[in-house]
Design a protein around this ligand. Structure first.
Ligand SMILES: [Zn+2]
Length: 248
C-alpha cells in the first residue's frame, strides 16, 4: 500500500451564488470555501495551492471573504503539525488570485506552475483580468507584486511526477495552464483546482463547466482525461471536502 495522505484545509469562506461556478445553474445562494490541500507522500511534504490573502487585501482588489486566524494558510498547516519550512513542493493548480497569494511564505519549496499559465496571467483577455492579480505600474515602478510573482516559479510544460504516487497533470480548461494533482493511495484522489470547483460541476458524472474558461474543447478533454483515473474528486471550493478529515 502506498504511503500517502491528503488533508484538505480551509483557508477562507465566502457567500456567492451557484451560477458563478456552474454554467447555466440558478443563482441560488452558495457558501463556498477557499481550500488548499496538504499532501504527504513518504517523506515529502507537498502543498497544492496556497490560498487567499488577508480579507483586507482581498476586499480592495477582488471579493469580500471571511478568514479566521486559524484559516490563515500558514496557521492551518501549523494546526496539523506542519511548518512552512517543511514544505518542499508547492503546486499552483492555476494562478488566479485565490490560489497563489501565499506562495512567498514557503521558503524551501519548489513552486510548480505551467508556463502557459504564467504567460496568460500577465496578459489575459479583458474578460479574465479580474481573476488574476493586476500588475500595477506607476511612474515606471511596479507598485506591488501580484501574488503569482511574489515567489520564483518553476515553470513546466505538461505532466510531471513530483513524488511516488503523486502526479501533476496539465489539464487546460478553466485557464490555459490549469493543472490537476493525482494522488494514488487506497483510492485515487484528484485535486482539479477550479476545473471542478464544486461537486455540482460533475453531477452524476455529467460535466458542467465553470463559467470561467478559455477553451471548451480542451476543457472537456481535460475533464475526461483527469476523471478517468480518479475514484474521488476533491473540488477547490466545495465545503463537502471536509466531510473527511483526511484521505489516505
Ligand atoms: Zn480560478
Amino acid at each position: 500500500m502506498s504511503d500517502v495522505r491528503v488533508v484538505p484545509l480551509c483557508a477562507g469562506t465566502a457567500a456567492r451564488t451557484l451560477s458563478r461556478l456552474v454554467m447555466g445553474a440558478d443563482p441560488e445562494p452558495l457558501d463556498l470555501t477557499f481550500s488548499i490541500f496538504y499532501v504527504r507522500a513518504g517523506d515529502r511534504h507537498i502543498l497544492v495551492d496556497t490560498g487567499v490573502s488577508t480579507p483586507e487585501e482581498t476586499a480592495s482588489h477582488h471579493h469580500p471573504l471571511g478568514q479566521t486566524a486559524e484559516q490563515d494558510p500558514v496557521a492551518a498547516l501549523e494546526g496539523i503539525g506542519v511548518g512552512t519550512d517543511e514544505i518542499s513542493v508547492v503546486v499552483n493548480t492555476h494562478l488566479h488570485w485565490d490560489h497563489c497569494a501565499n506562495n512567498h511564505r514557503f521558503p524551501n519549496a519548489t513552486l510548480y506552475a505551467q508556463r502557459s499559465e504564467l504567460q496568460y496571467a500577465i496578459a489575459p483577455l479583458p474578460l479574465h483580468r479580474h481573476a488574476y492579480d493586476e500588475i500595477e505600474v506607476e511612474h515606471g515602478m511596479c507598485q506591488s507584486l501580484p501574488g503569482f510573482m511574489r515567489a520564483q516559479l518553476t515553470l513546466i510544460e505538461g505532466d510531471l511526477e513530483i513524488a511516488p504516487n503523486v502526479h501533476i497533470l496539465h489539464t487546460p480548461g478553466h485557464s490555459p495552464g490549469s493543472q490537476s494533482v493525482l494522488v494514488s493511495g487506497t483510492e485515487t484522489y484528484l485535486i482539479p483546482g477550479d476545473n471542478l470547483p464544486l461537486h455540482q460541476n460533475l453531477n452524476g458524472g455529467q460535466f458542467t463547466p465553470n463559467p470561467i474558461h478559455v477553451d471548451l474543447e480542451s476543457y472537456f478533454a481535460s475533464i475526461s482525461r483527469s476523471t478517468k483515473e480518479a475514484d474521488v474528486i476533491l473540488p477547490g471550493h466545495d465545503l463537502r471536502v471536509f466531510d473527511r478529515a483526511e484521505y489516505r
